[in-house]
Every structure is written in C-alpha cells, then in structure tokens.
Design a protein around this ligand. Structure first.
Ligand SMILES: *[C@@H]1O[C@H](CO)[C@@H](O)[C@H](O)[C@H]1NC(C)=O
Ligand SMILES: *[C@@H]1O[C@H](CO)[C@@H](O)[C@H](O)[C@H]1NC(C)=O
Length: 471
C-alpha cells in the first residue's frame, strides 16, 4: 500500500514535470540561456526558481526588498546569475537541461510558470576552413519529448535563401563562405542559431580593369581576406602562389601562348621569387601580411593585359583572381616638337573603344586656343598650332565623377622665326662678312707681295753691270 502511494506520487510529479511546459526554449550545450517568463506586472514579494518540478531543488530566489540568493550546489553555483527578475544560465550543460519552475508568491498565493529547456544540436562537418569543392554537411535537430509538439526546422544560407531543410549537404564554393543560420520555429516563436563556415579563397578582384598611364602608378591587387590566416592555408596543403601575365595585343586579344610567369611564392620560405620576366613590378608588402599586390611607380604601354594571381594546393585545387589592366595613352601626330602653324592631331585612348559609362576630358595648357567644346573628344585635330599650345596636355579618364587615371604629354612649339633662329641667321651673316673681309685682306696682301716680288725679279733680269765688267 505504502509503495503504491509512493509510486502514484512519483507518477504525479513526473506528469507535472513533463506535461506542463508553459514555454519551450531551445539551447545548444555551451550557450547562455535567459529564463524570464511572463512579465511581472505587480510588485513581487518572492520569486523562486526550482528545477524539475514545483517541489524540485531550489536554484535561486529574490524578494521585493532586493535580497537575492543562488544555490550552493556545484552543478549550478557558477552558472546562475540574476538579472532584472530573470535567471541567467551561463554555459549550459547536458545536466542543466530540463524544466524550470518559476514560483511567485504574492499575498500568500503562489503562481507557477514552467519553462522547458530542450537541447538543440547544430553540427557542421568537416570543421572550417574548407577548400572549394569539399563536401560540407550541416545538420540541425532538437530532442523533443513525445508530449511536446515538434518544432519546424530549416536552414538559411549566408545570402538569406531558405533551404526548407534540417539537413544540408553540398560541395562548397566560395559563395558558401559566411554565416549559416538554423531556424527553429515553434509556437510562432523563432530561435536562430548561427554557425560560420569558412571557405578559403582570395579577395574578390576589382570589377573594373585597373587603369594606368605613363604618368600614373600601376597597381595589380590580390590579397588573402582578413578572416583567413596563412596557418589555415598551410593546413589545407598550400603549395605556391604564382603571378602571371598574358599580354593583350593591339586588337585586344589575349594570347595565352605569350603568358609569362612574374613571381612565385613557395611554401618553404613564404618569400617572393621573381622570375627574369618580372617586368619591374614589385610586391607591395611582405607576403606574410597576406597582401599579394604588385605595383610599379609608372605604367607602360606594354602593361596592357590580364594578370592572374593563382594559389595552388597539393590536392590540385587552385584559387585564382584575374586583374585586367588598361593603359591610357596620348598619341601626338606628327610629334611633340612642332613649329607654329603646323597641323597637329592628338589622340587619347585605351587602344580600344571606350566603354559607354566612361568619358575622357582634356586639360590643355592655359593659353591654348582649343575650344571648350573639344575638351571631351578622344581625337583632337588642331589645323595650326600656336605657341600658346605649348606646354602640358593632360587627358583624364572618368567614370561619372571618379577619375580613373590620366595621361599627359608636353608639347614644344617654336615660332616660325624664333629669336634663336634670328640669332643663328645674324651670326651666319656676321661670319660671312668677316670671312669676306678676311678674304679681301688676304687678296690685297697677296697682290702687294706679288708686285714687290716682280719688282725685285725685274732688277735681277736686267742686271745693271756693276764693277764686275770693269776691268
Ligand atoms: C595592399 O597594399 C597596398 C599598398 O600598400 C594597399 O593599397 C592595399 O589596400 C593593400 N590591400 C589590402 C587588402 O590590404
Ligand atoms: C590628322 O587626322 C586627319 C584625319 O582625322 C588626317 O587626315 C590627317 O592627315 C592627320 N594629320 C596628321 C598630321 O597626322
């Protein structure tokens, strides 16, 4: 008899503890859970939190005078804290899962509220980081007792797509990098749990080509994103990074056969080794800092083409980014040294037609006579250059209000009869006159000598007998 009463009592308590859940909370092991219950609308006198059922062990209490207490039980002691009439459970463990009963005593009447904390399992396999092409499986489940309604569970991708599934397996691409969310919905309440998935990749290449010119620097960006470390990359079987270049012909074609290796970064020392075709490009930083960008102070005509930053792994996976480089050029015809009055053509171009969203703008020297209306033309025809056109001509490339790059040349324009030429003409004239005078003087001198000589010769031909013939 005594036994059966005991067992009935046990049954009743079990029933209370399992059926009466006013609220269900889902939590992963290790999470922090806040137990609150409906708002306390009246001044409470005492609030008790018990574990299991109404008669279960007391975990914590507080009263309207500000007194509060937490159990000394080692299973709970360091995990519980009061916060504004709510009970906080830090780093919740398997043994802390179950039903929590809140009892509020007001005017000697008790009011109970039951919160059941159920275990939520979220798993990501294999752990991050992953290489593109590896299989990723994500699973989300809750352990629901039979008497409770099963919640709806689904996954959200990092880009917000609802997969309508509790389990997901896929071959990852770099797009899958980011926060995945498991959403548990029950009683019109949602519990979101985020897990992060890291897929190794290089930072995105710029969408636009990189523009440069002979008067501007050239920068070819490539980097490892900030959330990925060299250690993670090495752990995945890193082999090397290669920078290579494929020049673009004047027709705008890429010739893969002309592809050149510029730099190689190998695993052993994590230092750049330049090849003999490095084109005087320089890495901007120590590769340890994950910035693999190449640069040169000034662009060159031959820089036009595609630059590839390729990261290779031992299992054959390669990650790569391609940076297109375009060079803005000013071509003067017939040249930069001109005489006023000569015709001049100036062409500013990328050696292919300009994309429709870009425009050019000329900045001629201040004294130039170029009409304003011509400032936006790629091709300038100046029928007769004046000396005012001499100086620095700049042509800049714009996308909306952003200047992408600019090129410049210096024109030297001489007067038809410049001062310098006058000086030369005068000097020539003076020299000529001097020469004439010299010639004249020499001639006179010579004549005089000839006459003198003849005079002396005459004396010899007709010798006047001196005492020789005298006997
Ligand atoms: C790499 O270095 C260059 C030059 O110092 C800098 O402009 C660029 O922002 C850096 N890139 C990254 C991703 O840090
Ligand atoms: C300038 O261009 C025009 C055609 O646009 C051409 O007929 C002319 O010969 C060119 N002049 C020079 C000096 O190149």
């Amino acid at each position: 008899m005594k036994n059966s009463i005991q067992s009935i009592l046990i049954l009743i308590t079990v029933l209370i503890s399992t059926t009466g859940a006013d609220e269900v909370v889902y939590a992963q092991v290790g999470e922090t859970v806040t137990l609150k219950g409906p708002g306390v609308t009246y001044q409470l006198e005492y609030m008790y939190w018990k574990f299991g059922n109404q008669n279960g062990p007391l975990l914590a209490w507080c009263n309207h005078l500000g007194g509060e207490r937490i159990t000394e039980d080692t299973k709970w002691k360091d995990k519980l804290a009061w916060s504004d009439n709510s009970l906080i459970i830090k780093d919740i463990q398997q043994e802390n899962l179950g039903t929590f009963v809140r009892e509020i005593i007001k005017s000697q009447t008790s009011n109970f509220f039951l919160i059941t904390v159920l275990k939520l399992n979220v798993s990501v396999n294999p752990p991050s980081p992953l290489l593109p092409g590896e299989n990723l499986s994500l699973a989300c489940s809750v352990e629901t007792p039979q008497n409770l309604e099963k919640p709806k569970i689904h996954w959200l991708t990092p880009w917000g797509e609802n997969l309508e599934m509790r389990q997901e397996t896929r071959r990852v691409t770099s797009k899958d990098n980011g926060q995945w969310t498991c959403v548990v919905t029950a009683d019109q309440k949602e519990k979101q749990t985020k897990v992060s998935v890291t897929v190794l990749d290089l930072s995105p290449a710029p969408l636009r080509p990189q523009y440069t010119s002979k008067s501007m620097p050239l920068t070819i960006p490539c980097s490892i994103p900030p959330h990925i470390s060299w250690e993670q990359i090495k752990a995945k079987g890193f082999q090397e990074v290669v920078w290579q270049f494929s020049p673009k012909s004047s027709l705008g074609l890429i010739h893969d056969s002309e592809t050149q290796k510029l730099y190689v970064l190998s695993l052993e020392r994590l230092r750049w080794n330049k090849t003999d075709q490095h084109r005087e490009l320089k890495p901007v930083q120590d590769p340890q800092k994950r910035n693999l960008t190449l640069t040169r102070k000034q662009g060159r005509k031959e820089d036009r083409g595609d630059y590839m930053c390729i990261m290779k792994f031992k299992n054959g996976v390669t990650l790569s980014r391609t940076v297109h480089v375009e060079v803005l050029q000013i071509i003067p015809s017939p040249g930069t040294d001109l005489i006023s009055g000569q015709p001049l053509n100036l062409t500013c171009s990328l050696s292919h037609p300009l994309p429709s969203d870009l425009h050019l703008q000329w900045s001629p020297p201040k004294q130039s006579s170029l009409p304003k209306s011509d400032h936006y033309q790629a091709h300038l025809t100046i029928p007769e250059v004046g000396t005012g056109d001499g100086g620095n001509w700049e042509c800049s490339l714009w996308q909306g209000k952003t200047q992408l790059t600019s090129a410049s040349i210096t024109l030297k324009i001489e007067h038809k009869l410049s001062v310098w030429m006058l000086v030369i003409i005068c000097s020539v004239a003076v020299i000529a006159i001097l020469l004439l005078i010299l010639v004249f003087i020499l001639y006179r001198h010579r004549q005089r000598r000839v006459r003198h000589l003849r005079h002396r010769l005459c004396q010899c031909k007709n010798p006047k007998p001196k005492g020789f013939y005298r006997t």
